[in-house]
Design a protein. Structure first.
Lengths: 242, 373
């Protein structure tokens, strides 16, 4: 599995009229990698992710996810990926358990599998006491952890996380990254966007998008060496300011 | 199949957990049915009626007495001149007045014929027509009596020849407007509730972002749509049942035809409405937008359904438009089945059109629902 590319992107573009939200980006991600997808607000990250997860058609270019083509095999891609959007997208008016059951159900897991996963997940997240409470009553940090776990329910090969830790306190962010490491350790490829540069340091490799283009792509260590700075923060500022 | 089951279960949970929505679904329609059915009537009662009696004879007084005896007229005032009477109509205090000329009795006896003026406020044209008919009926029946009297007095050889028409009102013998309106209003309620709920439901998921989450799952379009719409189909059928019970218990509306047939038809009809709701929600981004568009169509559907105004009286182009109005079909069928006792073959032509409509609308809805934009 290792060293095999699970995401391959070549000259991928998305135009809205004359505006190129994503302008001919190319990169690849290896199996089991934690890939940081950075960029300022409006740089085109979310647009790019939407093309990769098969809910937005590219204007041009090529991309294969888990070996499936984004144009022709979007539905096959969806079987193999998990996705957590920047907007919390579980059902507030369902309980923790009901959310897990529902998403397990629509991913086509068997009743047995769902029951097992539900128990595991509630235990791992320490949500026993609120398992039957409505999700709306949970604090944001718990919700985000739950959403991440739900995106992993069907054991996807790749999971896409779009700003998973936005608005979350430092302790919960730390716990969140522990969960990410654990998933990566189990062989899941992680594709994550973030605005926190300390989080960028946790990634195996990062790309930095500026105005729809990927301006830099390497390990955090090499990027810092290349831009002669000590932190990813400075790397980001140098690039984003152009 | 089981994927659909998970969606259906989730929808039902959400519907019954939504404390703001539940009363809208179940209590408002009941109130509307009760209130509207009592209020929506074509019966013209309590006509404010005035008169000018310049003759002041026994014949003219007896004529006025006829009006006083009628339950439709409130005989308010005797005006001393026509000017006064027309002034009252201008002010809106009377709906109609009678102008009995001087020497009315004398001329009638001499010439065997005479004319009196009837003036009706015709701002509401259809009401004016009805008032005119009532007044003419009273005058005519009085006329006959007078004619008999005059024959005796003058001992004429002339025999009054007249043709009497004796109306028999079929299917609604007592011309009870509730019998006529309740089934129609029930159709409106079932239509409105299912259209609004299905239209807003999917848009709501767009708003809160869960639709995107659904779209990144490998779920098939048909699974999602059936799972989403089935609960509202059940709600629609439930509303029909509640409405039919109320119609029977409160309004005692006759149910001559086969209720099974009515349910079978409704099950197809609701599919049309759900397809429309889904179609609307595919082209809107917020619940407000969906609501406005749904309202736009509902108002047209109601006014062109034949519920309040007969379709036969509409201009030709409007009649053609009503062919695209599903509410028209249901109003017609529910009246046919409940009041006339029409059977399967009677409603078949309309039912086939409805089925075609359902297939078309749901085809469009499924086509326009895109997991990938």
């Amino acid at each position: 599995m290792k060293n095999k590319n699970v995401i391959e992107v070549e000259n991928l573009s998305k135009l809205f009229g004359d505006f190129a939200a994503v302008n001919s980006i190319s990169f690849h991600v290896k199996a089991g990698e934690i890939f940081g997808f950075l960029g300022a607000n409006g740089a085109g990250k979310t647009t790019a992710i939407k093309m990769l997860i098969g809910i937005s058609s590219p204007t041009s270019g090529k991309a294969t996810i888990a070996g499936f083509d984004v144009y022709k095999e979007a539905e096959s891609i969806k079987k193999n990926i998990g996705y957590m959007s920047q907007k919390f997208a579980l059902y507030d008016d369902l309980t923790v358990k009901e959310n897990i059951t529902f998403f397990g159900g629509i991913y086509g897991l068997s009743k047995k599998q769902i029951d097992r996963k539900r128990c595991e997940l509630v235990d791992e997240l320490g949500l026993q006491e609120v398992a039957n409470s409505l999700v709306s009553s949970l604090p944001l940090g718990w919700k985000q952890k739950l959403a991440f776990s739900v995106s992993l329910l069907h054991d996807p090969k790749i999971v896409f996380l779009d700003e998973p830790t936005g608005g979350v306190d430092p302790i919960t962010r730390r716990q969140f990254w522990e969960m990410i490491y654990k998933a990566a350790h189990n062989g899941t490829t992680i594709f994550v966007t973030t605005h926190y540069m300390d989080e960028a340091e946790y990634c195996d490799r990062v790309s930095i998008m500026v105005n729809g283009k990927i301006e830099a792509l390497d390990t955090p260590k090499k990027l810092k060496a290349h831009y002669k700075t000590d932190t990813m923060n400075d790397v980001f500022l140098k690039l984003a300011r152009g | 199949m089981s994927i659909i089951f998970y969606i259906i279960r989730k929808e039902f949970k959400q519907i019954f957990r939504n404390k703001g929505m539940l009363p809208i679904i179940f209590i408002l329609p009941v109130l509307q049915l009760i209130i509207l059915s009592n209020a929506a009537t074509y019966e013209i009662k309590n006509i404010q009626f005035g008169y000018v009696d310049a003759d002041n004879s026994s014949i003219s007084r007896r004529l006025i007495e006829q009006f006083q005896a009628s339950t439709y007229f409130n005989v308010s005032e005797r005006f001393s001149s026509e000017k006064e009477a027309s002034q009252a109509m201008q002010e809106g205090t009377i709906d109609a007045y009678l102008n009995i000329p001087v020497h009315f009795e004398r001329d009638l006896q001499k010439d065997k014929t005479n004319a009196i003026g009837v003036f009706v406020d015709a701002i509401d044209g259809s009401a004016a027509g009805v008032i005119n008919v009532y007044i003419s009926q009273i005058i005519q029946s009085y006329n006959k009596n007078i004619a008999m009297d005059l024959i005796q007095i003058s001992d004429s050889v002339q025999k009054p020849n007249s043709i009497d028409s004796i109306p028999l009102f079929w299917y609604n013998q007592t011309l009870n407007y509730k019998t006529f309106m309740v089934p129609g209003i029930l159709v409106l309620l079932v239509t409105m509730i299912t259209l609004f709920l299905s239209g807003m439901n999917i848009v709501r998921e767009k708003e809160i972002g869960t639709l995107e989450q659904i779209n990144v799952t490998p779920i098939k379009k048909y699974q999602f749509i059936i799972g989403k719409l089935f609960p509202f189909w059940v709600l629609g059928m439930g509303l029909l049942t509640i409405g039919l019970i109320l119609a029977k218990v409160i309004f005692n509306v006759p149910m001559i035809g086969n209720l099974g047939l009515l349910y079978a038809y409704t099950s197809v009809y609701i599919l049309v409405i759900l397809g429309m709701g889904l179609f609307i929600s595919n082209f809107t981004d917020t619940q407000q937008q969906a609501m406005f568009i749904a309202w736009f169509f509902v108002v047209i559907f109601i006014l062109m359904s034949g519920l309040f105004t007969p379709i036969e009286s509409m201009p030709k182009w409007a009649q053609i438009l009503t062919e695209f109005n599903p509410v028209k079909y249901f109003v017609e069928i529910i009246r046919m089945v409940m009041l006339k006792g029409s059977g399967f073959t009677d409603i078949l032509p309309l039912a086939i059109k409805t089925l075609a409509y359902a297939i078309l609308m749901n085809g469009l809805a499924v086509w326009s629902y895109k997991k990938t934009s």
